[in-house]
Design a protein around this ligand. Structure first.
Ligand code: ADP
Length: 190
């Protein structure tokens, strides 16, 4: 089992690169943001809670998100491995993920950190908002998300540095150029 964490600030290209990683390495995609958006569209209780937090640039509570993750992991059969996209987003979530995987005799094999300058992030997210209409891709919410990223999510980097699985990736350039950088490190560990 190959467990990959794709990490980076909002707009760093986690979802885009995940698709390419899945295509090449046959991993199963778990995107907590995508799961939450499905709940919002389905109008569930969880979706209502998620919408109010997401539109405000805030994180969903750790316990709630861990429950979602466990449910998703339990539903997997016959997978070569998982790419975790948008999880972990706090150090607590990183500790929890390690525990969940360790209980199955596994661990995170590599953490890919997509590094992108703040100005470029804002530009990309505004553009995505114009195209997709995602309700959290407006300037006010984007700025809040970046602050939350810096305060609560960036410390996850140190966790994986200590784990020895941290791998920074230059996240600017074309989609294919960035993917080539990812593939070069992935090919080294498989
Ligand atoms: P992006 O990385 O582009 O901001 P995502 O689709 O990964 O987008 O997440 C959208 C929103 O969903 C986040 O801003 C956050 O509110 C919520 N969310 C997603 N994953 C998590 C998580 N692991 N913990 C807490 N909140 C989450």
């Amino acid at each position: 089992m190959l467990n990959v964490v794709i990490f980076g600030p909002p707009g760093s290209g986690k979802g885009t690169q995940s698709e390419k990683i899945i295509e090449k390495y046959g991993l199963t995609h778990i995107s907590t943001g995508e799961i939450l958006r499905k709940e919002i569209n389905a109008g569930t209780e969880l979706g209502k809670l998620a919408k109010s937090l997401i539109d405000n640039g805030q994180l969903i509570p750790d316990e709630t998100i861990t429950e979602i993750l466990n449910k998703k992991l339990d539903s997997l059969t016959n997978t070569k491995g998982v790419i975790f996209d948008g999880y972990p987003r706090t150090v607590d979530q990183a500790v929890t993920l390690k525990k969940i995987l360790n209980d199955k005799g596994q661990d995170v094999n590599i953490m890919l950190n997509l590094e992108v300058e703040k100005d470029e992030l804002i530009e990309r997210l505004l553009e995505r908002g114009r195209i997709s209409g995602r309700s959290d891709d407006n300037l006010e919410t984007i700025e809040k998300r970046i602050v939350v990223y810096e305060e609560r999510t960036a410390p996850v980097i140190d966790f994986y540095k200590q784990e020895g699985t941290y791998q920074p990736i230059k996240g600017s350039g074309s989609i294919d150029e960035i993917f080539a950088r990812i593939a070069a490190v992935m090919d080294n560990i498989i």
